[in-house]
Design a protein around this ligand. Sequence first.
Ligand code: NDP
Length: 330
Amino acid sequence: MVRALVVEKDAEGKTHAAVAEVSEDQLPDGDVTVAVEYSTVNYKDGLCIGPGGGLVRTYPHVPGIDFAGTVETSSDPRYKPGDKVVLTGWRVGENRWGGYAEKARVPADYLVPLPEGLTTRAAMAVGTAGLTAMLAIMALEDHGLKPGQGPVLVTGAAGGVGSVAVATLAHLGHEVAAVTGRPDQADYLTSLGATQIVAREDFAEVTKKPLESELWSGCVDAVAGVMLGRVLKQMKYGASVAAIGLAGGAAIEGALITPFILRGVNLLGIDSVMQPYANRLRAWQRIAKDLPMDRLEAMIEPAVLSDLPRLGAAILKGQVRGRVVVDVRG
Ligand code: NDP
């Protein structure tokens, strides 16, 4: 039997999440069975622990969109028992059982070997959020971002993606301006390397202005909504915004065409879910090389499976700071 966080749906359509034992036979099909050590709490996990948000197809369900652990059995020649692996994406934890269990079974193609220098715990302190932050930074670099061009803006900064983006950009030598709606997190963001704290309210109003003062040499945006509409108008000439999330709304409110045609601004969409193996490997190798591991510890809130119903609800309200690392054996 395997301990897991199991979400059930009752006759009235309400979901209930609790720690329970499931049979190993219930794990989905796949080439590789992994003894999971750590998973994390991401925004999508909040949806899957709770009402599903249209992501979960069948119940009972085991959420957990990322995990790191040790290969137990493998019918794929790329992996053998004892190998350390990490998984993000591919709708694991959404339309198939995920990492909130002592064991997970997945197709070998979904896995990445744990890069040298990373522990399974550190890999999950990074997790889907950190991988996404790194993919965003790599996309900005591919579009010309270099240190010394002026401040890079990070929105939703105290959240998971935001925290890793702030720490990594600062470590790479960028000035980082962190936007947060939680003024009490200013010290935390400064400790990650932010050189400027910007209030969320500064971006709260839709304006009709076609452009604003050029302020930012790049942006990692986790929020969208009104904030992204304003940010686009404040980008420097030729700069890029890597849009990774929609914590503030699914539209870009108040956006005009002007930043694109008068300032050559680029809007880059980042999707971590369906990244091909080569891209995921490259991003994980960059993480092992360029993420400030000393700052990673400050981002971690440790948790065990029984904490997940509470934490799933908290992340949907924007109340989680940094990265929740779940020891599934705890
Ligand atoms: P978190 O909840 O950890 O962080 C989101 C942050 O956004 C919050 O901490 C808060 O930061 C800010 N925020 C929340 N609500 C609002 C609001 N209404 N208006 C303005 N700011 C708000 O989530 P993650 O960092 O894990 O994920 C962020 C987004 O990115 C989510 O939408 C998620 O689904 C998406 N995502 C996308 C991925 C991809 O592949 N593209 C991968 C991973 C996540 P603060 O308190 O500092 O203001």
